[in-house]
Design a protein around this ligand. Sequence first.
Ligand code: MG
Length: 256
Amino acid sequence: MVEIKSKREIELMKEACRITALAHKAIEEAIRPGITTLELDKIAEKVIKENGGIPAQKGYPSEEKGVPPFPATICASVNDEVIHGIPSSRVHLKEGDIISIDMVTFKNGYNGDAARTYIVGKGSKEAEELLNVTKQAFFEGIKYAIAGNRIGDVCHAIGEFVESKGFGVIKEFQGHGIGRSMHEDPAIPNYGKAGKGIKLEPGMTLAIEPMVVAGNPNIYELEDGWTIITQDGSLSAHYENTILITEKQPEILTIL
Ligand code: MG
C-alpha cells in the first residue's frame, strides 16, 4: 500500500528533509584530504540534533543475524564501497577519493532521506563522469515522476540513461516510499519496464536513489554485515533525494 500524505504530513516531512539537506551541506564543506569518515559523521549528527532531529539510521537493525545495528548517523562509503559503509576514525580521506554519504533525519514522526557522492579534492576523469551520470540519472528519472505515470516509467528512465553512458546500476538495492517509516512501499529499482507498477498520485513521497558503478555491477557484503562493495573494485556513486509527487514536476524536498 502506497500512502498518500496529507498537507500537514507533507509539511512535517519537509522539515525532516530540510535538516538532512543542511547536514549534507555541512559535510560537503568539511570534506578535505585527511579528515576521517567518523569526523564527518559527528558533523552531520551535530547539525541534525541542533535542528531538533534524530539520526534515523543510527540503531537501524541489520538483516544479517548476529550483526549489531548500524552504529552511526551517516553511511560513509569510499571508492568501491557502494552503500552502508560504517564511519571510522581509521578511514582518512585522500585526495582523489570519492565518498558517498547517505543519511536520514527523523523529526516529528517523519523521515527525510538523501545521499550524495563527493570527490575529495581533484578526482579522475572517470570519477567525475561517474558522479555526473549518477546525479543526472536521478533527474532523468524524476522527469517521469508525475501523477498519472507509473513507477516503472521512472525506473526505466534511470536504468536506460545509466546504461547509455556505459555504466551499470546496482540491482540488489533500490529506492523506496518514505514517510513515518524510512522504507515504505513502493520499491523503486533503478531499472525496469516503462508502463509497469503502481500509478503515481499527488501526495506520494518517494526516495529516488540511483546507485551506479563504473565497472561490473556485481557486489558483495563485508563481514561487518553492512558495507556493500563492488566485486571488481570499480568506483561506485549514489545520488538520492526525497521527492513529493504532484500533478506537475515533483518537488524535491532534500535540496535547500
Ligand atoms: Mg538514503
